[in-house]
Design a protein around this ligand. Sequence first.
Ligand code: HEM
Length: 321
Amino acid sequence: MALPASSSTSRALVLALFSLLLFSVQGQLSNNFYKKTCPNVQTIVRSVMTQAVAKEPRMGASILRLFFHDCFVQGCDASILLDDTSTFTGEKNAGPNANSVRGYEIIDAIKTQMEASCNATVSCADILALAARDGVNLLGGPTWNVPLGRRDSRTASQSAANANLPGPGSSLATLISIFGAKGFTAREMTALSGAHTIGQTRCQIFRSRIFNEANINSSFATLRQQTCPQTGSDNVLSPIDIQSPTTFDNAYYVNLMNQKGLFHSDQELFNGGSLDKQVKQYSNNGAVFAKDFAKAMVKMGNLSPLTGNNGEVRLSCRKTN
Ligand code: HEM
């Protein structure tokens, strides 16, 4: 016959069950998080993004990158949106972000409308996750359900932004390791890199590739050198995907197959290494890429979100309450 559990054992059991329950309630995002509190959340984000992308298609790309740079630093907690002040150092001036990441005003515009509709309810982190999804979709890319319920951080980390975000000179091994540190497989990293099918970049980012590297299509290099000379023009922009810079398609991978990757790091994915096969598959099959990209984006959106009573819902995305 089983002996009755001692009262201390049953107390421990109840406590363990309770913590499990608390964890599952607090630690998870859900598709209908704002169903009762802000039913128009998706419509508001979509309408501001629609106007922004119609005005400037690049904005879809800029917001997607903003989300990536948020999630890889302390998780998807809107830490990147906090402005520097005399007493606070945020992430905006970290190396990978300064004079580069953009789109903050669009997030502000969404937030203003959100506050007018549902005061102090929807986090900046959730707004960013939805806006990134809509930016991709408005440029012809896939759509996906964005689980919601993230809260905003009260902190930011310039040092983590400098350490955790990959640079354009990265080797394949470095890319695999940086994404691996965030729980992504090399396959997922390759899918996420397809984001470079949209958007623009500055000359100083790819100059050394177009002048010094051998695994580059020579007419492509010559063309790029016309607007990005050896000296000067550091901030002159070029599309990352020369074929279709405002369409979210699989042309990025076709470019890589033709040695037309603009960043050293891009071409590393197709340079005789372990990911060549996958690049080839995506270049042949845009639907497989779109599906893998969407799945990896949901995973990226799940990076260490603040939930439950952690963090706060900021009233202005630029500062803590
Ligand atoms: C794999 C490693 C990656 C590296 C080394 C990298 C690096 C860069 C660099 C250097 C730029 C141009 C910055 C400038 O010219 O100021 C850029 C632009 C961009 N990146 Fe990445 N990135 C990576 C992955 C990603 C991921 C995972 C995403 C999103 C899922 C992404 C989305 C973008 C977008 C959309 C742009 C264009 C932004 C615009 O036009 O405003 N990148 N990236």
